[in-house]
Design a protein around this ligand. Structure first.
Ligand SMILES: [Zn+2]
Length: 272
């Protein structure tokens, strides 16, 4: 069912899978193909909050669950607020935000657990989905990292939680950076550039030719920098390299589709 991104897309290639996914951990990123939604949300829209038909989103989620991430009643979805809050979840939080009539985990942008059969889900459409796996202590995390979460170092917050709770060591942590808007398309102004400069440095911003105050930003490079500073080895960081804005035929992009679009997701689940 899952495929590595090869740079060319066929009808069957509706997913990418992190390098670390295997028997003990299921993980993947959904694409647009294969769902029931129509119009601006065409395809596999997984967001209830974007104005799509609730029944169609429910059917789309059930379809994804059947691909090794289910049942949907075991998913955990947060109300994402572009912060750096991390929630520790488990059996008690299952179904939160997963079903249309169950509230999401309140106001946070990352989830961690060491309980099997609990699927962590982050919804994105340009922001960076980041999945974490500690194969030694058998623990996982998922983060939604837009420019705000990135400049608030959300990926480091996930590690600190996993380290404190599960004794995860940076050298063992496997991390995957999913489909998201990339430097080719992500133009920002000084409102975004200033915190990036302050937190990461000028090198992550490429000035737009002859346009003062406009830059192209690589959130993925900032995230990699944060992970490397923690001591996560470069070979443990897997960037799938797909730009959402370049590929609205197969992915949802908030920027490219002027705010009216669906949500893809990153999912991760420990198996028994
Ligand atoms: Zn692009």
């Amino acid at each position: 069912m899952f495929h590595r991104w090869t740079g060319s897309m066929t009808k069957r290639d509706i997913w990418v899978t992190p390098a670390f996914a295997g028997e003990s951990v299921s993980a993947g990123y959904s694409f647009r193909e294969g769902g029931y939604s129509e119009g601006a949300y065409r395809g596999l829209n997984l967001g209830f909050h974007v104005g799509d038909d609730t029944q169609k989103v429910t059917e789309n989620r059930a379809y994804v669950a059947e691909c090794g991430f289910g049942p949907v009643s075991e998913w955990v979805v947060a109300k994402q607020v572009h912060g750096n809050g991390v929630a520790v979840v488990g059996q008690a939080e299952r179904s939160s935000g997963a079903l249309a009539d169950v509230l999401p985990v309140p106001d946070c942008d990352a989830l961690v657990t060491n309980e099997p059969d609990t699927t962590l889900v982050v919804l994105t459409a340009d922001c960076v989905p980041v999945l974490f796996y500690d194969p030694i202590h058998h623990a996982i995390g998922a983060a939604h990292s837009g420019w705000k979460g990135t400049t608030l170092h959300i990926v480091q917050q996930v590690f600190f939680h996993m380290n404190f709770l599960y004794h995860t060591e940076a050298k063992d942590l496997q991390v995957s950076i999913g489909p998201s808007i990339r430097r080719c398309c992500y133009e920002v102004d000084d409102k975004v550039a200033d915190p990036v400069r302050r937190e990461f440095g000028e090198q992550y911003l490429v000035p737009r030719f002859q346009t003062k105050g406009k830059y192209f930003l690589s959130l993925q490079a900032c995230i990699q920098s944060d992970l490397r500073k923690l001591g996560v080895p470069a070979e443990n960081i897997d960037d799938v390299g797909v730009c959402t804005s370049c590929h609205t035929d197969v992915l949802f992009s908030h920027r490219a589709e002027h705010g009216r679009t669906g949500r893809e997701c990153g999912l991760i689940r420990l198996n028994q």
